[in-house]
Design a protein around this ligand. Structure first.
Ligand SMILES: [Zn+2]
Length: 190
């Protein structure tokens, strides 16, 4: 079963595949409407899919998620920093730390568990299935004044960092992402 296409930017499930290469004229009618013509030149990282709603293009990018991650952090809170929940998975120490903060400066309630290989697989799969690499850098909904903010950060052993964040707006598979993180930490993440 293939993965249902959900736009990482706007969450729409109406998307078209790119088709690359030379198209025979007889096939053009059939292709139009079902595909987006990507042209003859296939570049590395060329997108595979385009959202019919917001025209965001994604897919094709590969991130080596196996092996070289040092730390994963995900955090949500209200926009003043209250009610924060944080999950930190440390690939080097082999720990998962789940923290709940009442206020921005309060001492968190911490739950720590072992970051087993099964859980590492679960996290990698979750990042892949959620299209983390294709998330835009910042999700924003300016119509909502308060509400919740979040960030997700991946740190690598070479010192590089990928960070995505948002305020009252979320990537297409955010609910799935939160559900899997809750499984990972054995505590609610939302
Ligand atoms: Zn979209």
């Amino acid at each position: 079963m293939g993965k249902r296409k959900i736009c990482p930017r706007c969450g729409s499930n109406a998307a078209s595949r790119f088709i690359y290469g030379l198209i025979h004229p007889d096939d053009l009618d059939n292709i139009r409407g079902n595909y987006v013509l990507g042209g003859c030149v296939i570049e590395e990282d060329a997108p595979t899919t385009q959202c019919d709603t917001c025209a965001y293009r994604w897919g094709g990018k590969q991130l080596n998620l196996q092996g070289d991650i040092s730390k994963f952090t995900a955090r949500t809170s209200d926009c003043w920093g209250f009610g924060a929940i944080q999950i930190e998975a440390d690939f080097q120490l082999g720990t998962i730390t789940y923290s709940q903060f009442e206020g921005p400066f309060s001492i968190p309630e911490i739950k720590q568990s072992i970051f087993t290989n099964n859980k590492k697989d679960l996290l990698i799969h979750t990042l892949e299935y959620s299209d983390f690499i294709d998330w835009i850098e910042q999700y924003k909904n300016n119509m909502v004044i308060d509400g919740r903010q979040w960030f997700v950060k991946l740190e690598f052993t070479d010192g590089s960092v990928i960070e995505k964040s948002g305020r009252n707006a979320y990537p297409g598979r955010w609910k799935y992402f939160c559900k899997k993180l809750s499984e990972l930490a054995n505590a609610t993440f939302s």
